[in-house]
Write a protein that binds this ligand. Structure first.
Ligand code: NAP
Length: 314
């Protein structure tokens, strides 16, 4: 098992759900001497201070990264280019610069040009999250039992990759290394498309003239409710995902539309065996996810048993 890593100063640029979960886990596990918390709005910074998430608090990203041996970008992906440009001159030689963004090729494109020689840039993505945002939404166990994908560019020092991998392992994640383009394709089908579908179906239901809003809410437990949780995810974060992973999402959407047309045909033609065969195959996927420990086997996601934190794989 990899040795538990220790950092002298970790800088978190952005302190919402993901940044504050990292802060809480780092504190609980003693993974760093100092945690420099940065966010752009005074109000969020004050909230982070009140929650005691760090050891120093900054509105300036440059100040936060000063002397840090691990810098983690935890803001929406669309802000990364500007942040990278701002902190570039303040990064400490030998530091690891990483991120938690839900898309990876775009991140390499906008951040890598600003990374000075001697700084190890290793993009990352914890496949863990909820539909909640802001510093209050985080919790230290968010990454336990989840995957964290690292997408280092060619030529990155192995020791830096291993140290960052050990950091995520210490927070409870299983780590996988892959190419950024591959990451974006895999996540387009497992996360981005499901969100797009959820946003769409909830929007359609909201637009339906013949069904009142109160009926949609009243009878939501019949399936619709599960879409509404995903469709409640942060609008800014998801806007950025679809702006920055356009090609992979469109490719998967094309496949999805073709399959939907085939299913539509089955419904129109009353093709019972066809539908039954498809639904049997999809039920097996659910079984495999449960066997892999990626969700609870409890009926209705364990809601009846008082489960409070539905988690999501962004
Ligand atoms: P969040 O809770 O909304 O927090 C966002 C943080 O970024 C806040 O500190 C916010 O600052 C700051 N921020 C927002 N817009 C900014 C801008 N234009 N420039 C600079 N800072 C800005 O977000 P989150 O859910 O933690 O997501 C953060 C990152 O994690 C995203 O890149 C997302 O793709 C990735 N991610 C999210 C999930 C998930 O389920 N949410 C899962 C995996 C990965 P202020 O409050 O001060 O404005």
């Amino acid at each position: 098992m990899a040795e538990t890593p220790h950092f002298q100063r970790i800088a978190l640029i952005g302190i919402g759900l993901i940044g504050s979960s990292i802060a809480r886990a780092v504190k609980a596990l003693g993974l760093a001497d100092e945690i420099a918390v940065q966010t752009r709005r005074e109000e969020t910074l004050e909230r982070a201070r009140a929650l005691d998430l760090g050891t120093s608090y900054h509105l300036s990203a440059e100040d936060a990264v000063e002397g840090a041996d691990l810098v983690i970008l935890c803001a929406p992906v669309g802000a990364y280019g500007a942040i990278a440009e701002t902190i570039s001159g303040a990064l400490k030689p030998g530091a690891i610069l990483t991120d938690v963004g839900s898309v990876k090729e775009y991140v390499v494109d906008v951040v890598a040009p600003h990374v000075p020689d001697g700084v190890h840039f290793i993009p990352g993505h914890p496949i863990a999250g909820t539909e909640n945002s802001g510093p209050d939404a985080g919790f230290p166990e968010l990454f336990v039992g989840r995957w964290c994908i690292l997408t280092p560019v060619e030529g990155t020092e192995e020791t830096a990759i291993n140290k960052l991998g050990a950091f995520w392992s210490a927070m409870g994640s299983a780590v996988e290394v892959m190419e950024c383009k591959h990451h974006d394709l895999v996540l387009a089908i497992t996360s981005h498309l499901p969100h797009l579908i959820a946003y769409n179906i909830v929007g359609t239901a909201d637009d339906l003239a013949g069904v009142t809003k109160s009926e949609v809410i009243k009878f939501s437990a019949s399936g619709f409710r599960d879409f509404t949780r995903i469709a409640a995810s942060d609008p800014v974060m998801w806007r950025d995902v679809f702006l920055t992973n356009r090609e992979a999402v469109l490719e998967m959407l094309g496949r999805f539309s073709e399959d939907l047309s085939a299913l539509q045909r089955m419904v129109r033609n009353g093709d019972g065996p066809g539908m039954q065969a498809l639904f049997t195959r999809t039920r097996d996927i659910r079984r495999n996810i449960i066997e892999a420990g990626q969700d609870t086997p409890m009926p209705d996601f364990g809601r009846g048993a008082g489960a409070s934190k539905d988690d999501d794989a962004e």
